[in-house]
Design a protein around this ligand. Structure first.
Ligand SMILES: Cc1cc2nc3c(=O)[nH]c(=O)nc-3n(C[C@H](O)[C@H](O)[C@H](O)COP(=O)(O)OP(=O)(O)OC[C@H]3O[C@@H](n4cnc5c(N)ncnc54)[C@H](O)[C@@H]3O)c2cc1C
Length: 337
């Protein structure tokens, strides 16, 4: 492998039923920044069937070029056909950097493509930078249970590959009239790579919104004391037009569902307002919420580490303070009509 042949930043765009995953837009934003430092361009690669409608969206979100691989065999995500197609694209275009979302699909696909391209992969990154002088990618991720941040390099192989946690990177500002090249890339005989047949896709029905998509999160920890006290958080979230999330301790206690967990092994959120109630502020929790615009912490222990990241703090019993807050805000709303 001649490393000089490898140029540009390639972003794997994840789409399901024509819906682009938000993390793909975040990766285009981050890819654009890296490409500017490397004086190169960012290319989106999207795999699937009937993808015309997606190209404009990728262009307005920062892609300089979009590679479209369309085939009936790529209609639904399948490990073998996607791995083969992505490997073909990487071998053909020889990017310097390849980014994937650290989602179920990205985690399945990225290591396989990396192995077939004889390169490394850094999984679950939370920061990407370009090293001065060498232009190597510095890929940073939590290690040893989140107690240290490890920065990993891939200096002797190309491409440099990373999966990136959803919610960590910022999307690029939308562009009005983007200048974007579109390339259709065909991968022959893809049907030969379909050794598994999908008989039916059963989607999980959920009425609750994703905690990564809301502006206000009222988050509860072990200090809330019981599942009944979590209802107090629901009431506050209701009057604020937000939703409830939780620490891992509260999820482990069965007071909230796993998809509501904020933190290193949960979700990374950045709402306008994050209320942390009865949460101590362990490093693994803070890693998932410290980018929130405004953080309010309620804790009966004034030395709790959550106050180190909070913009406003209330020292006291959350089970008493939360209902008072709800009452005050509701009364103010009612007065304002
Ligand atoms: C590899 C690894 C990954 C992890 N991933 C995550 C993760 O994704 N998310 C996560 O949250 N954690 C994660 N953890 C666990 C983390 O280390 C903490 O154990 C956890 O966040 C603690 O949850 P907590 O703050 O709710 O509970 P505690 O640490 O027990 O804190 C409870 C807090 O409530 C306060 N309190 C008690 N009663 C009241 C009251 N009546 N009113 C007000 N305050 C009160 C206490 O003073 C205390 O500060 C992870 C740990 C490891 C090792």
């Amino acid at each position: 492998m001649d490393m000089k042949d490898y140029k540009g930043v390639l972003v794997f765009v994840e789409q399901v039923d024509g819906e682009i995953a938000r993390v793909s837009y975040e990766l285009l934003g981050e890819g654009k920044k890296l490409a500017a430092t490397l004086n190169t361009e960012v290319t989106a690669v999207v795999l699937g069937n009937h993808l015309e409608a997606l190209v404009d969206k990728l262009a307005t979100h920062g892609a300089d070029k979009v590679i479209v691989v369309e085939d009936p065999a790529l209609e639904t995500y399948m490990t073998e056909s996607y791995t083969h197609s992505m490997t073909e694209v990487v071998n053909e275009y020889k990017p310097d950097v390849v980014l994937y979302g650290a989602t179920a699909i990205g985690r399945d696909l990225a290591p396989r493509v990396a192995a077939r391209c004889s390169t490394g992969l850094t999984a679950d990154c939370t920061r990407l930078e370009v090293q001065e002088k060498t232009n190597n990618l510095l890929m940073t991720r939590p290690a040893f249970g989140g107690n240290v941040m490890a920065t990993i390099l891939c200096p002797n192989h190309r491409p440099q590959m990373a999966t990136v946690r959803p919610g960590v990177m910022k999307q690029a500002e939308k562009m009005a009239n983007p200048d974007c090249q579109v390339v259709k890339y065909g991968v022959p005989n893809l049907a030969n790579y379909q050794n598994v047949e999908i008989l039916e896709v059963i989607k999980k029905e959920t009425e609750r919104v994703d905690i990564m998509d809301v502006d206000v999160l009222v988050s509860g920890g072990r200090g809330m004391g019981s599942v009944d006290n979590f209802k107090l958080l629901e009431e506050l979230a209701d009057v604020l037009g937000g939703t409830v999330s939780a620490s891992r301790a509260a999820v482990d206690a069965g007071w909230e569902e796993k998809d509501r967990q904020v933190g290193q092994t949960g979700k990374t959120v950045r709402p306008n307002l994050y209320i942390a109630s009865g949460i101590s502020g362990a490093i693994q929790h803070v890693a998932g919420m410290e980018e929130s615009d405004i953080i309010i912490a309620i804790n009966k222990d004034e030395s709790a580490p959550i106050f180190d990241v909070a913009d406003f703090g209330v020292v006291g019993d959350a089970t008493k303070i939360i209902p008072l807050l709800t009452k005050e805000i509701r009364a103010k709303r009612d007065n304002e009509g």
